[in-house]
Design a protein around this ligand. Structure first.
Ligand code: NDP
Ligand code: 2IT
Length: 447
């Protein structure tokens, strides 16, 4: 078995040697999926995984725009169209200075499995730019988004590729992107998700990733006869996913101790309650300020500069910021502090060694492609509502989201339950996600 996995990874490394994040994501999938392929004749010997690691299309383009000082700026834009076997490419856009082909290929690859797990008909894609939104005016953001869409529009469409938000791309950016797409195509379609409520958006889409991450944690805890009530929760990030992970944790009776951004974390021993969360939302979404500002209003809390929150003792950890933000040392600290459950809101926030440590300790651990799938699932529900030209109520969408998260949990158990009863959610998510896409690829032949 090891030979099969090594031979496959050597080939992928040869072709993608300078893409560490992409290789990390592929390795995690290969280690769990190749043993499954070897045991199942219908998949064996057909190079399916080799086909899946090669993007169907990778588009890279120049974005020129003019800043408020009248200077011409140049950024690089991308769209990775990874796999369309089960539906149009679907996945977010990330605007962050670290964006490159490796990051977007890892995200697009993960997205293929995640979207498959949702049970909705969505292929996988991801895109974005190395543009840094920090410190930019609203007008600069608008000009950049318009310039970005003036190229991207020719590659996407409601039946081809449907982008959404990710780091640095929220409701404001989706609005500007949608406006330019509509102008260029002269069509009002559901080409993007995460739209505003008055122009085709879905209720619960802003909340969905964070809520879904907590619903998944709740499902994992229920396998132990446990729940979130009175549990202490440590959250990283303070953006879209983190904010609604905190909101849902509070609704389910947990005590939330931390939030963070790239400058450090705030630790509030009294708990971040609903009122304090509203203040974080105002700071991050309206004032676009740093998380450290929190202690100005709540001086009992402390701001720990330049660090991640994993050193804070907790029952449950929800990493909701970015990839590789939780390493082996952090995992060991969480474990020695008694952490029993980790549900990833971000994409690939735990390093490979951190996941190994969680698995060795046999705690509840959910990989992002399962636990954060509520965001894209609700994007799928937004697409359905757009096609129907109809809007479901908050309760209707939230019930569907809960059902989807519960189904994903069931799929993880189906493919990930070990002989001793331990649920390997990584293995479960990878194999369940793989099977549906692989079956579709086989049915469609070698294309
Ligand atoms: P936002 O841009 O709203 O927030 C990102 C948060 O993460 C900010 O607090 C940001 O801090 C922090 N962050 C970003 N990069 C780093 C870094 N290098 N080091 C430390 N902190 C960092 O993005 P989202 O909340 O939408 O996304 C968060 C994660 O969730 C990402 O991994 C994304 O891929 C994933 N995700 C998002 C979904 C969605 O629907 N939005 C769906 C599924 C997954 P700062 O402001 O300082 O940069
Ligand atoms: O990583 C993700 O799943 C997202 N950023 C959401 C993608 C989407 O199409 O809603």
């Amino acid at each position: 078995m090891k030979n099969n996995i090594d031979a496959f990874l050597d080939l992928v490394k040869e072709r993608n040697g300078h893409e560490p994040e992409f290789l990390q994501a592929v390795e995690e999938v290969a280690e769990t999926v190749i043993p499954y392929i070897v045991k199942h004749d219908i998949y064996y010997g057909k190079n399916i995984l080799l086909r899946m690691v090669e993007p169907e299309r990778l588009i890279s383009f120049r974005i020129s725009w003019v800043d408020d000082q009248g200077e011409i700026q140049v950024n690089r834009g991308y769209r990775v169209q990874m796999n369309s076997a089960i539906g149009p490419y679907k996945g977010g856009l990330r605007f962050h200075p670290t964006v490159n082909a490796s990051i977007l290929k890892f995200l697009a690859f993960e997205q293929v499995f995640k979207n498959s797990l949702t049970t909705l008909p969505m292929g996988g894609g991801k895109g974005g730019s190395d543009f840094d939104p920090k410190g930019k005016s609203d007008n600069e953001i608008m000009r950049f988004c318009h310039a970005f869409m003036s190229e991207l529009f020719r590659h996407i469409g409601p039946n081809t590729d449907v982008p959404a938000g990710d780091i640095g791309v929220g409701g404001r950016e989706i609005g500007f992107l949608f406006g330019m797409y509509k102008k260029l195509r002269n069509e009002f379609t559901g080409v993007l998700t995460g739209k505003g409520m008055s122009w085709g958006g879905s209720l619960i889409r802003p909340e969905a990733t964070g809520y879904g991450t907590v619903y998944f944690a709740e499902k994992m805890l229920s396998t132990k006869g446990d729940d979130l009530k009175s549990k202490s929760v440590v959250v990283s990030g303070s953006g879209n996913v983190a904010q609604f992970a905190v909101e849902k944790s509070l609704q389910l009776g947990a005590k939330v101790l931390t939030m963070s951004d790239s400058s450090g974390y705030i630790y509030d021993a009294d708990g971040i309650n609903t009122e304090k969360l509203a203040h974080v939302m105002e700071l991050k979404n309206v004032k676009r300020a740093r998380i450290g500002e929190y202690i100005k209003k709540y001086p009992n809390a402390e701001f720990v500069k330049g660090k991640t929150p994993w050193e804070v003792k907790c029952d449950i950890a929800l990493p909701c910021a970015t990839q590789n933000e939780l390493n082996e040392g952090d995992a060991n600290t969480l474990l020695s502090n008694g952490c029993i459950c980790v549900s990833e809101g971000a994409n690939m926030p735990s390093t490979k060694d951190a996941i190994t440590a969680f698995h060795k300790a046999k705690i509840l651990f959910a990989p992002g492609k399962a636990s954060n799938a509520g965001g894209v699932a609700t994007s799928g529900l937004e697409m359905t509502q757009n096609s129907l030209r109809f809007n479901w109520t908050r309760e209707e969408v939230d019930d569907k989201l809960k059902d989807i998260m519960s189904n994903i949990h069931d799929s993880c158990i189906e493919y990930g339950k070990e002989e001793d009863g331990y649920i390997d959610y990584v293995k479960g998510a990878n194999i369940a996600g793989f099977v549906k896409v692989a079956d579709a690829m086989l049915a469609q032949g070698i294309v």
